[in-house]
Design a protein around this ligand. Structure first.
Ligand code: 16G
Length: 231
């Protein structure tokens, strides 16, 4: 059986999806009583929901439902995991998938020698059928042989793990803003020149190899990024 805190997380997730932004969750003590578990277990479930950006706490006030945005934290996750964690069904429209020689920018970001071969896959990512992000990923061809023969409409991280035993363990990310071009705006279903958040990721596997360079263009109205900072 799944650990208790995961079962409680699932139940709370179902409740949160019917609640409105900034609605208060019941007190820790009441949840512990209702689920017949310790407060430590309740706290564990709440912490995991908070880590995923679904709820937030204000000291002395309680815990509340986060806004309609997907809040990205410090956890390394895939698009599919992000959506499923929020009870949404991920899907993709593959816009293009090719094998080519890496451009200078891509070669630099994957630390490949000039002239190296890469796969370039461009996909529109949707949640419950609603466009969320436009993603272009570049993968070294020697690490993922015959990649284009596989179904690219599902989770690429799932495919990497199952077919190639490669897992992105750490990543360096850069976030910038950009006004949506005409084509991007049409695909994302936002007005032209709408603000977007562009996140580039250099993904490193357990062996320390750069296995992915990805550029994701997120709808500015659906995403935010939150970090704990320290002095
Ligand atoms: C995320 C990653 C992207 C990765 C994708 C895999 C960021 C900024 N980017 O969108 O690098 O390729 O997930 O998702 O988080 P998938 O496994 O659902 O295809």
């Amino acid at each position: 059986m799944a650990p208790k805190h995961l079962l409680i997380r699932e139940q709370l997730l179902a409740e949160i999806s019917t609640m409105c932004t900034d609605d208060a969750l019941p007190q820790e003590r009441d949840l512990a009583e209702r689920f017949n578990v310790s407060r430590t277990t309740v706290r564990q479930a709440l912490r995991s929901l908070a880590d995923d950006g679904l709820i937030y706490s204000i000291r002395g006030m309680g815990t509340f439902v986060s806004g309609g945005r997907i809040s990205k934290g410090l956890k390394l996750t895939s698009f599919s995991e992000d959506m499923r964690g929020r009870n949404m069904e991920p899907s993709s429209r593959v816009l293009s998938a090719t094998e080519r020689i890496a451009s200078d920018e891509v070669a630099l970001n994957l630390e490949l020698a000039p002239g190296s071969s890469i796969f370039e896959i461009e996909r529109l990512r949707l949640a419950d059928g609603v466009p969320m992000c436009l993603e272009t990923i570049y993968l070294p061809a020697h690490i993922f042989p015959h990649l284009l023969n596989f179904d690219l409409g599902g989770s690429i991280y799932g495919l990497m793990a199952e077919q190639f035993r490669v897992r992105v363990e750490t990543a360096t990310q850069r976030v910038s803003s950009q006004l949506a071009s005409g084509i991007d705006a049409d695909l994302l279903g936002v007005p032209r020149q709408a603000p977007t958040l562009v996140v580039s990721r250099q993904g490193v596997d357990g062996k320390g190899r750069l296995v992915e360079y990805a550029v994701s263009v997120y709808r500015g109205d659906r995403y935010d990024f939150s970090f704990a900072v320290q002095r």
